[in-house]
Design a protein around this ligand. Structure first.
Ligand code: PA5
Length: 349
């Protein structure tokens, strides 16, 4: 039995719901922490790379989307063993691994060290904390013992605040406060029985969910919805964003209707979306009407891009745990991931 599984799926549901409820306080915890930001001169930073996998990588994507309209430097999320060739001493590398034992992230961390990059580790412990300690790399410690995906506040907030502290991400602290306020208001609605999130979960039961972000700025939200549907609800989901999906994916909806009948399309609509993407969404709905009569739509809330993204994410987190309840499955364990990691370990390197 997995470490994270509960005595019954009902217990697992309660535990995951509680963890989802705790997201605003996770952000508050980080804001209040006495984190000592590394001494790096902002003019020396030419790029930011966030290295991580799965639940530890998504905070990097949120940072990437938040900084797209704001930051003077590009942000890239590296989900793999090797760093891109441009990474070097002018690169700020966040090595993020909740467990501290994820081999892809550890490998990238070692490469970053070898190339003289400016590194910050974010972890609850493991080999990453140990190696960072040995090498004098600053470590932001997050509370341990949780599923990585239920630690989003602990894993994302330090990236945003560190990037602001280093002068490459203006306004992150204020955006974080707005986000906390928006999420608390959402929690008051969504944690209630019979909330909009639980009604949406009931409609998505038995479907393969295709999640479409209204534009590239909300891509991280679409990615998170997909991953939460996979890991919490043990269900199939896929994501894409406008306008790219108009150049390929939506043609796939000409597939035989019996296949399409199993698909639900859900649009994550940013209320500040580019006008052309809004038009595209409307035309796409018209063009696909005979194949997909109903589209589900979730609207963003808040003003800053961070609050808008996190509001979409928070709604999806609730839907995913309610969908797990629909399927009477425990949202806590991710047995396949653990088994795969175990087998890799046994096979040696
Ligand atoms: O949700 C999960 O458990 C996974 O996606 C993990 O986050 C992923 O396997 C990476 O592990 P870690 O977050 O410990 O680096």
């Amino acid at each position: 039995m997995s470490l994270m599984s509960s005595p019954s799926w009902q217990d697992g549901f309660k535990n995951m719901l509680e963890l989802i409820n705790s997201l605003p306080e996770q952000f508050e915890y980080t804001k209040a922490s006495d984190i000592v930001w590394p001494h790096v001169k902002s003019q020396d930073i030419k790029h930011i790379i966030v290295c991580g996998m799965g639940g530890s990588a998504i905070g990097g994507d949120i940072l990437r989307c938040c900084l797209m309209p704001l930051a003077p430097v590009p942000v890239l999320v590296n989900r793999g063993y090797e760093l891109p060739s441009f990474a070097g001493k002018n690169t700020l590398v966040f090595a993020v691994s909740y467990s501290g034992n994820t081999e892809e992230t550890l490998n990238s961390f070692e490469e970053a060290l070898a190339r003289g990059a400016q590194i910050v580790a974010v972890t609850s412990g493991g080999v990453l904390a140990k190696r960072a300690g040995e090498e004098g790399v600053p470590v932001i410690r997050v509370p341990g013992g949780l599923p990585p995906r239920a630690s989003l506040g602990y894993l994302f907030a330090p990236l945003a605040l560190a990037a602001e502290g280093l002068g490459v991400a203006p306004g992150m602290g204020a955006a974080l406060q707005e986000t906390i306020d928006v999420l608390k208001r959402m929690r008051d609605e969504l944690a209630q029985p019979g909330s909009e999130a639980s009604k949406l979960a009931a409609r998505l039961k038995g479907k393969i969910t295709v999640i479409w972000g209204s534009g590239p700025l909300v891509e991280a939200a679409a990615m998170r919805w997909k991953a939460q549907f996979n890991e919490n609800a043990k269900s199939m989901a896929f994501y894409n964003c406008f306008p790219e999906l108009n150049h390929n994916e939506f043609v796939g909806f000409e597939a035989p209707q019996d296949l399409m009948d199993r698909v639900a399309v859900l649009i994550l609509q940013d209320h500040k979306e580019h006008g052309q993407n809004i038009k595209r969404t409307a035309i796409t709905k018209e063009l696909l009407h005979s194949r997909v009569p109903e589209f589900e739509v979730v609207n963003s809330r808040g003003d800053s891009i961070m609050a808008r993204l996190l509001s979409l994410i928070y709604f999806g987190d609730y839907v995913s745990v309610y969908l797990a309840r629909e399927y009477e499955t425990d949202p806590m364990p991710v047995t396949l991931i653990e088994e795969l990691k175990q087998r890799l370990k046994e096979s040696g390197r």
